[in-house]
Design a protein around this ligand. Structure first.
Ligand code: DON
Length: 333
């Protein structure tokens, strides 16, 4: 069994201080502890309701799946529950666009800087720059998606890529969430039309929006996302098959943007407390990719004010501290 030395976290919360942690901890034990720790925070979160279909989420659910590079799978709680991928799809959308439209085209439409604003903010589209600041916010993902519209079946090709990255052929669209997003997504619509009027979108706003809404409504489990995360952790090569699924230069871009923008206006705090490239979604998932070691996905529909899953965040925080996963964990074991 792989074992890591435990170190007391500098960013410990009161509830964590009360816990007794052994000096050496296994992955199983870390997951068990992380789940118990994270559950105590669930009452602080709220399920997303701005997409009506997401309001059916159960705020008490919590699940985690961790897959190491050698293929060992660890899991706990509601790890098999299906939920919509939401903004985690923005990372796959970026891979997809870079693979199909190329670097020059994608980054002529969208920047690479953090916004410090909410994921659905429209402010800087109008005041700071005409281009969305990065591909991880809604406006940026809509612009990125629009780069793929020349394909015959953009969503079909996106699904093929998603299924390959997650290692599951049976991944499907959640039709009710898709229809709910399409009906209620007026804020996204405003941004898309603004971008169309500024010639950022090369296609009709409704076409880019439809692809974006579909991408967000793909139904996944923590195991799917942990498999995808371990592919990213392994430089784009599926460790199970040895097949390269994503080119190295694309993996580098995606993981960099996960660090700087993956948790929206909470990205700085997450980098400090957890220190793993990660991406969250309002469906309650967070996918995290520990360089050259493992992929982790956690799920809990109760969200904080920034749209990040309260429970999934705390699971990752605990695992990062006890398993020393922070990218600057240092060598003082
Ligand atoms: O467009 C939206 O608002 C959602 N489909 C996705 C937002 C999201 O997941 C933000 N994540 N934390």
């Amino acid at each position: 069994m792989i074992q890591w030395k435990q170190k007391t976290g500098q960013f410990a919360e009161d509830r964590r201080d009360e816990r007794k942690c052994p000096s050496v901890i296994s992955i199983e034990q870390a997951i068990d502890e992380a789940m118990r720790y994270a559950r105590t925070f669930l009452p602080e979160g709220k399920v997303a309701t701005y997409i009506p279909e997401l309001a059916h989420g159960d705020p008490d659910q919590l699940g985690v799946c961790l897959i190491t590079k050698d293929g060992t799978v660890y899991h706990d709680g509601d790890w098999r529950q299906e939920f919509t991928i939401q903004s985690i799809s923005k990372t796959i959308c970026l891979i997809f666009a870079l693979q199909t439209a190329g670097y020059e085209k994608v980054f002529s439409k969208v920047g690479v800087e953090p916004t410090g604003d909410a994921f659905n903010s429209i402010v800087k589209l109008e005041t700071k720059t005409l281009h969305p600041l990065n591909p991880m916010i809604n406006a940026g993902a809509i612009a990125t998606a629009s780069c793929c519209m020349e394909l015959e079946d953009p969503f079909g090709s996106f699904m093929d890529l998603t299924r390959r990255l997650c290692g599951r052929e049976s991944i499907q669209l959640n039709e009710s969430v898709y229809l709910s997003e399409k009906k209620s997504g007026m804020r996204n619509r405003s941004m898309a039309y603004l971008m169309q009027s500024d010639n950022i979108l090369e296609c009709d706003a409704e076409l880019a929006l439809d692809l974006y809404f579909r991408m967000c409504s793909v139904s996944v489990t923590t195991e799917d996302l942990a498999r995808y995360a371990v592919v990213l952790a392994n430089d784009g090569v599926d460790p199970a098959t040895g097949e390269r699924l994503v080119e190295n230069w694309i993996v580098r871009i995606v993981k960099t943007l996960m660090v700087t923008c993956g948790m929206y206006d909470g990205s700085g705090e997450f980098a400090m407390k957890v220190g793993i490239p990660a991406k969250s979604g309002v469906g309650g998932g967070i996918m995290a990719s520990v360089e050259d070691r493992m992929g982790i996905a956690a799920f809990g529909p109760a969200l904080d004010a920034k749209g990040n899953s309260v429970g999934a965040y705390r699971v990752l925080e605990y695992l990062s501290q006890t398993l020393r996963l922070h990218y600057f964990a240092g060598k003082d074991l």
